[in-house]
Design a protein around this ligand. Sequence first.
Ligand code: SF4
Ligand code: SF4
Length: 381
Amino acid sequence: MEYRTLGKTGLKVSEIGFGGEWLERHDEAESVELLKYAHEKEINIVDCWMPDPKSRDIIGRAMEGCRDSWYVQGHIGSTYQNGQYVRTRDMKFVRPAFEDLLERFHSDYIDLGMIHYIDSMEDWNNAMNGDFIKYVHELHDKGTIRHIGLSTHNPVIGKLAVQTGFIEMILFSINPAFDMRPATEDLDSMFGGYDKDELSGIDPDRAEFYQMCERENVGLTVMKGFFGGALLDKERSPFGVAFTPVQLIHYSLTRPGVSSILCGYDTKEQVDEAVSYETASDDEKDYASVIAGAPLHSYTGQCTYCGHCKPCPVDIDIAMVNKFYDLATAQNSVPESVREHYKSLKHTASECIGCKGCESRCPFDVKIADRMKKTAALFSF
Ligand code: SF4
Ligand code: SF4
């Protein structure tokens, strides 16, 4: 298993993680066994947004005796009222729901204290101005939550979160279909039918959000990486083709700022399938050909950082150079951190010999040699 540093938290999280949502579907012992199995496969991060006692008890039992080797995303503002999940900032419910989480985990701390699910400006303003956010800071000051995170499906909220400076990581919904949709406060609308016209490449707000995360060192963990399973099914995929889990995992893990994708599992076989990413070949990971070969796609000219253009005769990491170019040109001046990262590359754009061998392998018709020239000029002073 490869581990990646989760932004400012400094935690080394497994790039394949565990989204706990489906644990509740199964018999408790079976779900405990599944989590333990995932841990044996070296998965070390689990998300628990769920407020129900069963899901929380399952995770608590699975972590018995090995609490320290798990990183938990525990949500603040996800409550259970009359047997129902309720998202709220009302402290009358928030505080006991979070205390319940600690109790059921038999733990006095949560690694990643997540400000739960903010998608609208109204909720953002409500959560960020009042007792709710005071409580989050209080938990952090006491060490009950070791780091502050936030979950959202809206890149506009994500950008605000990055700008706070105190939110160290974000749980965000990423997949190739969502990436084409403009920001919205209504998650349900993300699952609606996709018109051909709107398949026009990565939405600028989303691209900017990922770049901000990478630049400001705010780690991203991924939810909804398979678009609720629709991208695994040709009939339901907006691209008109089915992806494999490994391809979708690779898509998420090649977005700037991303450290881990948290998949949902019903069976050990599904865990095995996700973990097989670690030993998959470049061909097996290749989502770019799938997107480019789809009847409905229009990523033309945009670098998706897929790495399909390898190898370069002078060993330039083209996807990485392109990513730094995008990060640098997203602002008025080149940020110092981006410049430093660029300079630490083994081979930089100035070494490009203009052979264009890469261009014939790029499924998205990116004018790579030209971009190399522009990148070399951009970072030359
Ligand atoms: S230039 Fe093309 S092939 Fe290379 S990483 Fe970008 S999109 Fe992929
Ligand atoms: S054009 Fe430049 S970046 Fe592309 S393969 Fe040739 S040397 Fe490498």
